[in-house]
Design a protein around this ligand. Structure first.
Ligand code: 5GP
Ligand code: ZN
Length: 139
């Protein structure tokens, strides 16, 4: 594709940075967020490097949404949240921190008080890895 050597998500796709991978296909890649806003927080990205919704191609965003639906269903089966947001952020005011288009698969729980611009808090890697295994089993 068109990897950006300075992009953390391109490095994850290339296997240069480890991740808890959930799924990949020819156009997309899905993995656990290591700063989960809630249990089961996952990310879905196109292989194509594009900064945001304005730059991503129609083909790549379409493939990403299809994979996000697949991951959302597996997360729903695994974590059994009360709700789930599919969320995508663009620009600093929307708290976009990684400039490679991505969709958050974000489980929601009653009264979780989650704000849209949540602060990043490192998660427990053992717990995230174990949960990734359970979500993969539900794909
Ligand atoms: P944004 O704020 O740009 O919408 O979301 C970027 C997300 O990427 C954040 O939720 C953040 O926790 C996640 N993230 C940043 N760096 C890494 C990383 O190295 N590995 C993983 N798995 N997630 C990351
Ligand atoms: Zn990238």
């Amino acid at each position: 594709m068109n990897p950006d050597p300075d992009c953390i998500f391109c490095k994850i796709i290339a296997g240069e940075i480890p991740c808890f991978k959930l799924y990949e296909d020819k156009a997309t890649f899905a993995f656990m967020d290591i700063n989960p806003a809630n249990e089961g927080h996952a990310l879905v990205i196109p292989r194509e490097h594009a900064a945001d919704v304005h730059a991503v191609s129609a083909e790549a965003i379409a493939a990403t949404v299809v994979t996000a639906k697949k991951i959302a269903t597996a997360v729903e089966r695994t974590v059994k949240p009360d709700g789930l947001n599919l969320l995508q952020c663009n620009g600093p005011a929307a708290a976009q921190s990684v400039l490679h288009f991505h969709m958050h698969v974000l489980p929601r729980f009653d009264n979780d008080e989650l704000k849209l611009n949540w602060g990043l808090q490192p998660g427990d890697m053992d717990a995230i890895g174990a949960l990734a295994e359970r979500i993969r089993a539900n794909l």
